[in-house]
Write a protein that binds this ligand. Structure first.
Ligand code: PLP
Length: 389
């Protein structure tokens, strides 16, 4: 039975939406990673009730929320996590930055796989650390791009000063959900080189078609000892603006280090974020299931459209996330591709150059929107490209 209508148009122009206001009213924004859908009704109801109470003094994490998260981790991954192993965060970008502060002494290196979500590149630099870059391997079959791990490049990027590997799984922007075998290989290399792993798994519930997610820390108790796992309900239930996330750290001394690195700098989570998280995890599953059917439809619509109408573009077929990663090198666009689509097609995409090595000639497209917005944006891109020859 279908309960939620993701085709319903919602006007976000003229609201506080960063996505919709950054480039003006005439531009269709398919860039920043939030979706154009209202949160699940259960979340809206819980927020209404909380607001109606009217008192907004300091809040705190309830046992009910911690237990709901632990229960979910067991149900989804057979991963045993206890409430004391959770540290709540006002956003996962903070989580990445705290990981760098907590783990790395001055002059240390942080390993990342590019192309990658830009805060992975800025977090080490914010802490005065070195970036060690291992580029992912990309192969092409017809129009389709597939990314995999180049283990030689990964090992070669590890230097004597490298202390931390920041993994993104599912990977933004390339849409990979890493397999058990890939995660075992990465964990083995990190163990051999004594690296701590910070695994950002914010997109772990956005699994397309038959993909599955495996937290790297759930592979074994030994691996868990070197892991900081970052998760949040924010992408899954479209509540990113409420800033509620958490780190799972099972090694007590690593957890203490993490708490110390955050102390006095990182605020508590806003109480509306906590309310929304609890409602989402407890009562948002039907909505989430239907969302995934819709996003899967959008992904398939997008790849079919690219195949039929945009043969000069090459794209990933994402396994997870609502993000596609497009190579424009065969389009004939002169200059910056993001600016071309912004100015000529009136469609805002993310500029691939900001995703580090391997991002040149790419743009990232967010298909977490209604099918009609997606169709309109793709048509505008098609017409803009048609003017090129
Ligand atoms: C991999 C990844 N991590 C973190 C974030 C942002 O997290 P937050 O808004 O909780 O800081 C995003 C948002 O796009 C993301 O894709």
């Amino acid at each position: 039975m279908i309960n939620y209508d993701f085709d319903l148009p919602y006007e976000r122009r003229g609201t506080d939406s960063e996505k919709w206001r950054a480039f003006g009213n005439e531009v269709l924004p398919l860039w920043v990673a939030d979706m154009d859908f209202p949160a699940p009704p259960a979340v809206l109801q819980a927020l209404h009730e909380r607001v109606a109470h009217g008192i907004f003094g300091y809040g705190g994490v309830t046992a009910e929320l911690s237990e709901a998260i632990c229960h979910r981790l067991w149900e989804h991954y057979h991963w045993t996590v206890t409430p004391d192993q959770l540290l709540f965060l006002p956003g996962l970008v903070s989580g990445l930055n705290i990981s760098c502060r907590a783990v790395c002494p001055p002059g240390a290196g942080v390993l990342v796989q590019t192309p990658i979500y830009p805060p992975f590149l800025s977090a080490p630099v914010n802490q005065g650390l070195h970036l060690n870059i291992a580029e992912l391997l990309v192969t092409r079959s017809k129009q389709w791009l597939h990314y995999s791990i180049d283990y030689n490049a990964f090992e070669a990027a590890i230097q004597s000063h490298t202390r931390l590997f920041m993994l993104c799984n599912p990977h933004n922007p390339v849409g990979r959900c890493y397999t058990r075998e890939e995660l075992i290989n990465l964990a083995e290399i990190c163990t051999r080189n004594d690296l701590i792993i910070c695994s950002d798994e914010i997109h772990c519930d956005l699994l397309l078609e038959n993909s599955s997610h495996l937290p790297i820390a759930s592979l074994s108790l030994e691996i868990a000892k070197r892991c900081i796992t970052l998760m949040a309900p924010s992408k899954t239930f479209n509540i990113a603006g409420l800033y509620c996330g958490f780190a799972i750290i099972q090694n007590p001394s690593l957890r203490k280090q993490y708490q110390l690195a955050a102390q006095g700098i990182v605020p508590e989570v806003n109480l509306l974020g906590l309310t929304a998280a609890l409602a989402a995890y407890k009562n948002g599953e039907t909505w989430h299931k239907e969302l995934m059917v819709y996003l899967n439809g959008n992904r398939n619509f997008f790849t079919d459209y690219v195949q039929e109408h945009l043969p000069m573009l090459r794209t990933t077929i994402p396994e997870g996330t609502f993000l596609a990663w497009l190579n424009c090198s065969a389009t004939g666009i002169i200059g910056n591709q993001h600016e071309f689509f912004l100015n000529q097609a009136k469609v805002a995409l993310n500029d691939g150059q900001r995703f580090g090595q391997g991002g040149n000639d790419f743009v990232r497209l967010n298909f977490g929107c209604s099918r009609s917005t997606l169709t309109q944006a793709l048509m505008q891109m098609k017409f803009a490209l048609a003017t090129l020859n």
